[in-house]
Each structure stands twice: as C-alpha cells, then as structure tokens.
Design a protein around this ligand. Structure first.
Ligand code: ZZB
Length: 259
C-alpha cells in the first residue's frame, strides 16, 4: 500500500500535557501529527484528525528540530525506508496515549480550515495500519462522516468540545451517483447508525470506486479535473511544498506474530 504521509504541525498542545512535552522536547521543536492517506486529493476538506484514544503512540525525532507523532510500528517501518536520518533508527522522545492528545490544535496542509483543526478520538482506528493517525475528510470518507456525527451528538461523553467536531463539511468532489457529499449520501443510503456499523466497509468501497472512476474535483486548483488525475497532482504539490512524503506498507503486513 502506497500512502501519502501528511505533516500536520502542532500549534497548541492541551494544557494537561504541556509540561510533559516541554520536558521531553526542545522549546523550539516542530512536532507533526502524521496521518497516512490514500486520498491526497481530498486534503482540502480536512476538518479534524483522528487518533485511537486507547492506542499507544510515540513522538520520534525525524530531523534536526522535527518530530513525528505516530505509532511505534510505523516509526520502525519509516526508519527502514530512509525517512529518518539513520537507517533503522527511530529515536523516541516521548510515549503518549491517543487520549492524552485529544484537543491538540494542528495546522492541516491545504485544508480550508486555516485556523487549524483538532485532534479527536476515533475508536475504530487500527494500530496495524498506516501510522495510526487518520486525517478526517467527512465529505468523502463514510467512516469519518459517521464518526463526526457521533462525536457531535455525544461530545460530553467523548470529553471534547462540540465545536471541535462541527467545522464545515466542504463539498470537494462531484459524482454521478452520490452528488457532492459522497460520504453523507452513502451513510444515509445504507442507514449507517454509527462508527462501528459493519455496513461501513461496503460504503467505503463504493466511495473509493465512485470517487476514483467517476469523480470530478469541484474545489481547489484542480477543480474541473477528474479525481484520477487530481490525485497525483495534489500529492506532488504536497510533497514539493514539504508538507508530505511517501510511506509504503506491504499489503496485509503481519505485525504481531511475536507479540
Ligand atoms: C483521508 C481520506 C479521505 C481517507 C477519504 C479515505 C477517504 P484503507 O482504505 O483501509 O486501505 N486510515 C488510514 N490509517 C488507518 C488506520 N490505522 N485505521 C483506520 N483507518 C485508517 O485505508 C486507507 C484509508 O483509511 C486512509 O485514507 C485513511 O483515511 C484511513 F475521502 O485518509 B483516508 C472512501 C474512503 N475515502
């Protein structure tokens, strides 16, 4: 699987972990949350970024003054793809649970939400895929749409501010079958009633297919182009600006045989 790994710069940590962060990192350190995505063309519509609240993450030193927040498993993989300075080495400076970083304000490259977006909890994030960090595009990802609806409804239960989950959902891609908010259309069509609904798997497949083969961009500098062309154009733009890099993961990689 060839992912685009995106760099979301931390603008503000939650108060409760500020001390821990400043004890572990130089004062001027740049820390990035690093979601792995297969849909770079949707980055305009990022409206939050998810972590698994009960998963364990690390902050790893990736360059002078640059640090990545991601799963230890993905840090290890990156270290063998030349994404850290020394081959096979992924220096960890802090360990955190997803729940520790809920509410962190980050800058999401290309997102229409220029003031930044929040780190929010998503219980279905898997430790065994990507970086364990998932950027949220509720216009085109049914999982993201279902999670956002749930977070808004039960903000208190999740310990978040409702307005963090309520940023505008931007129409990005027009498709013949599902209009300009594919994820919403599919969640409603399948009567999906929450982030753990098993019908989400099929909705996701349909959203991928329809988006890629029939979708046309209706936002951003590649507006009017088919998604199949825009995908690589947006990806290259993000890489050229230093906001993203390639991250590869063998299909069906088995991680925990020995653990
Ligand atoms: C933004 C985005 C926008 C995504 C979209 C999808 C869609 P897949 O499909 O299973 O191969 N993802 C990445 N890592 C994880 C994880 N650890 N746990 C749960 N979800 C994860 O996985 C790739 C997609 O699943 C990624 O692309 C990411 O969400 C999420 F409009 O990034 B995506 C129809 C999907 N649309």
């Amino acid at each position: 699987q060839e992912y685009t790994a995106l760099k979301l710069l931390v603008k503000e940590w939650p108060e409760a972990i500020q001390t821990k962060i400043s004890n572990s990192l130089p004062g001027d350190a740049k820390v990035y949350f690093v979601p792995a995505t297969l849909r770079p063309e949707t980055m305009y519509g990022q409206n939050c970024c998810f972590v698994g609240p009960n998963l364990t993450y690390g902050i790893f030193k990736a360059a002078e003054n640059e640090y990545y927040f991601l799963s230890p498993r993905s840090a290890r993989n990156m270290a063998y793809q030349g994404l850290f300075p020394e081959w096979g080495v992924f220096p960890q400076v802090a360990e955190l649970k997803g729940k520790d970083v809920i509410g962190t304000l980050v800058n999401a490259p290309l997102s229409v939400h220029k003031d930044g977006v929040r780190i929010l909890p998503m219980e279905t994030v898997k430790d065994s895929k990507g970086t364990g960090v998932v950027t949220c595009v509720p216009s085109d990802s049914p999982d993201d749409y279902a999670t956002i609806m749930d977070l808004t409804k039960k903000a208190d239960y999740y310990g978040i501010k409702k307005e963090w989950a309520e940023l505008e959902i931007l129409p990005l891609i027009e498709t013949p079958s599902y209009g300009n908010l594919t994820a919403k259309a599919l969640v409603e069509k399948f009567k999906i009633n929450g982030p753990k609904d098993t019908k989400l798997a099929e909705a996701k497949e349909l959203a991928y297919k329809e988006g890629f083969y029939q979708g046309k961009m209706i936002y951003g500098e590649f507006s009017g182009r088919p998604v199949s062309e825009a995908k690589n154009l947006v990806k290259q733009k993000l890489i050229d600006s230093g906001d993203a890099f390639n991250y590869g993961e063998p299909d069906g990689q088995v991680i925990s045989r020995s653990s």
